[in-house]
Design a binder for this molecule. Sequence first.
Ligand code: PEP
Ligand code: MG
Length: 584
Amino acid sequence: MPVSRGVAIGRAVLVASSRVDVAHYYVAADEAGAEIDRLKRARDAVAGEIHALQRDMPRDAPAELSALLDVHLMLLHDEMLTDATKHWIVERHYNAEWALAAQLEVLARQFDDMEDDYLRERKADLEQVVERLLRRLAVDAGDGQALPLAAHEARDFAGEDPLVLVASDISPADMLQFKKSVFTGFVTDVGGRTSHTAIVARSLDIPAVVGAREASRLIRQDDWLVIDGDAGVVVVNPTPIVLEEYRFRQRASELERARLDRLRHTPAVTLDGERVELLANIELPGDAPAAVDAGAVGVGLFRSEFLFMNREGRLPDEDEQYEAYRAAVVAMAGLPVTIRTVDIGADKPLDRLSVAELRHEHVLNPAMGQRAIRWSLAEPGMFRQQLRALLRASAHGKLRILVPMLAHLSEIRATFEQLARARAQLDEAGRAYGRVEVGAMIEVPAAALQAEMFLRHFDFVSIGTNDLTQYTLAIDRADESVAHLYDPWHPAVLQLIHRTIGLAQAAGKAVEVCGEMAGDTACTELLLAMGLRSFSMHPSRVAAVKQRVLRADTRRLAAAVHRVLAAESPATEAAAAFGSVQAS
Ligand code: PEP
Ligand code: MG
């Protein structure tokens, strides 16, 4: 499945899911020696650890244990591991951790291919040895390692090839750390188009394909890959002719981007004069400048849960959150910023678990379990902490609070109760705070069906089409095996969206769409025709959607809506009906 547009061509870097958090950066050629020394130090330290284990082994310990540690020592000193890892450092300029992880991938495959059961099972020992080495390197890194080089600096190395990351799965939290990474494309085996891993991949704005199932098994370290992020195609070791074709497409897509870039400061107004608001979805305050740059007129969705990830249990306190929210508001310089309260759970766990690992957790059905507002209301102290931070940040600009996954009136009441208590606590502490508008995500079918009630309680609503599709069709958005049935064009989903937009307009309340549909140009006309005038999407999509808006005539589009809503089947048929009406 394609998740992020464009074409990437590069060498495969295979990364095991559990090792995605290994630091990946380049080291300058004259620092390769120092990097190899780090590796040697780590190797000597690990050898010392293993010798100590053998020395301290109780007398009655089984003899196999000591023999196993001998195997570990052998593996540690085997040139398959040591010399080859140096090769990645010297020839490819990888840092020691990355070189080690790369070599482990190569060796792990050789072990997998072995006929002999005993030898094949030694892979686990090799992994343990590498794990020990990585841990030692992490300790060593604490005292002054070479500064990482960013991707653009890395290009200064003569002959450096662009790199494409291949992994079975990557957690949203890990994906986040690739924001400044060296990779020019991604392929993963699992995931759906609107899984959070895919959403973060899209926010990196580099070509990506997910749900490729066998990719990480079939592709080998260093293979040449073409990632077609528009079509959802991965070509392994392309022939020169295929490569040439994709290089041509790559240039064409870069030209198209440059052309779209020129629309950045053009107001989004349809041919018939309807003003449309194009807002940005962000994950961290640091993304705000990119949103302004892209021409977004505000932030429609700041997914605050990303501030809560990878914290090893220590969640951000009120002050830290306040600083983050304030930074986003200040960076947007007077433009509105909508911050959603934490939406932890489902495919966005607090720690680094990937979707594949989550499936082995004991949560029966995480998408329907304790997530989003349910989690917040179950942890009222934490929820109020976030609300106080948001209220305080609202003194610095136009901040709106958005609440995810609401379905019940009791949840709405409880949310406002916590908000009132948060305000009272700030009053008591004598802290300043501003006025905020409060909105609800409409992303559970029950909320769309009760939109009137939601509109009575909230200042605005924002339609989360990713979850609305997931819950209306009962399709796990992160599960590639049912991804063909995940279809926001299903008439049932469209009816709920249409109904919500219509009722909000009738109530005179603001309504937005902030799911992936808002940034999908195939949906722009349809949403405009339904009356939507506010779209929130990843900054990289703003220009392309704006181009659609500039070419649209909402008066002509209106008639097509009824045909799409009345369609019996989704996707292609409905889309075609809509397209043909437009064309006629
Ligand atoms: C949605 O569900 O459409 C949405 C915008 O929220 P998220 O993708 O973070 O679940
Ligand atoms: Mg959602």
